[in-house]
Design a protein around this ligand. Structure first.
Ligand code: SAH
Length: 350
């Protein structure tokens, strides 16, 4: 009935349970000699109650709980937690191998958004981003991504409504785990795919691969420049994936998925925020089913870029609006605690 591979993995007591769908959890319970209905209970306790150890699942027989108390559920430890004045909470989470990542909980009137990491560190080395300055360590596993959402949900005591893959790492370099985590967050945790955004700086071939997964998520592309020369200056990987093919792949994504693409554009004073840049950007996006998010630069210590003043930011926005580009300004939350876009570096702040 089951292949030898499945049989051995269902018996395995070292693979974290988090991230697995109901069928796999049920098969695992049955392989442990438990009745199948306990799979549903395990699923509910993992994803809805956020249990951290099988020993705490009170509906399971006591003796058996003691026997499986050491089976890894796949939850992280909150190593540090800091709250910004605007209510944004930044978590430093310790993984089972000791590696640290950051997740951010961002509450607004009706929403609770979680900004999740997809990698420990990041290999892309964008010049304006703190994560890139620290280098790359490894990809996150499926359960390590799902855990971030459950951790924020439990800590806030409130259901998470939105997820953005805008924490540490480049999601499309960890595409299979990110897609599996999205499916789990959707089917097992119960978060709508349309409330999930995957942000990428662009990896050749991967936007297309993401489209083939047929998810209803929003794709956000970190553009940050209106021409190839400037983009290469800010983003080293842009040399290997020029603006033209990147934008062509984005158009294909819209065509294949019927979903609008968002473009993120950091505003760096004097560098990419002039009227000529706005004009150039509008030209690229003419007739493109898209939305531009302007992100005023959030300072990091290693580089001395400047955030434009408010008048300049508004003028840039107005110029795009006048050219019929859908555009909003994202004033980042959590700035005071280094929890804003581009400031995540897995370090402790006061
Ligand atoms: N690697 C992915 C997701 C992580 S970053 C990506 O590049 O899209 C999430 C967003 O924050 C990206 O648009 C990123 O370029 C932006 N960002 C990075 N550093 C920033 C900074 N110092 N100020 C404002 N936004 C920043």
């Amino acid at each position: 009935m089951t292949s030898p591979d499945t049989a051995s993995s269902t018996l395995d007591r070292t693979v974290p349970l988090l991230g697995q769908p109901l069928e796999a959890l049920t098969a695992w319970m049955v392989a442990q000699g438990q009745p199948a209905y306990r799979g549903k209970q395990l699923h509910n306790w993992l994803y809805q109650k956020g249990v951290r150890s099988l020993a705490d699942i009170s509906v399971f027989p006591k003796a058996w709980r003691a026997e499986v108390a050491e089976v890894p559920v796949g939850r992280s430890q909150i190593h540090h937690r800091s709250v910004a004045p605007d209510g944004t909470v930044k978590y430093l989470l310790r993984q089972s191998d000791g590696q640290m990542i950051e997740a951010v909980g961002i509450p607004t009137a009706k929403r609770l958004t979680v900004c999740v990491s997809s990698q420990v560190g990041c290999p892309m080395a964008c010049d304006f981003c703190a994560t890139g300055k620290g280098g790359f360590v490894r990809n996150l596993d499926i359960h390590e991504i799902v855990d971030q959402v459950l951790t924020v949900q439990t800590d806030f005591g409130q259901r998470v409504s939105h997820i953005v893959f805008m924490g540490m790492g480049e999601p499309l370099l960890n595409l299979e785990n990110v897609v599996a985590a999205v499916r789990c967050l959707n089917q097992d945790v119960g978060i709508g795919q349309r409330a999930i955004t995957i942000s990428t700086v662009g990896i050749p071939g991967r936007i297309n691969r993401l489209a083939q997964h047929n998810l209803q998520v929003t794709l956000a592309v970190s553009l940050h420049a209106s021409n190839q020369r400037l983009r290469s200056q800010l983003i080293p990987s842009a040399d290997g994936y020029p603006l033209k093919p990147l934008l062509a792949d984005c158009r294909d994504y819209v065509y294949q998925t019927g979903r609008r693409v968002s473009f993120e554009y950091i505003l760096l004073a004097g560098l990419n925020d002039t009227p000529a840049h706005a004009e150039e950007l509008a030209q690229h996006l003419r007739g493109f089913q898209s939305h531009v998010n302007l992100i005023p630069y959030n300072p990091i210590s290693e580089v001395d870029y400047q955030r434009p003043n408010d008048a300049r930011i508004r003028a840039f926005q107005k110029q795009l609006q006048d050219r019929n580009v859908a555009v909003s300004i994202r004033f980042s939350r959590g700035l005071e605690k280094d929890a804003a876009c581009g400031q995540l570096r897995a370090s402790q702040v006061s």
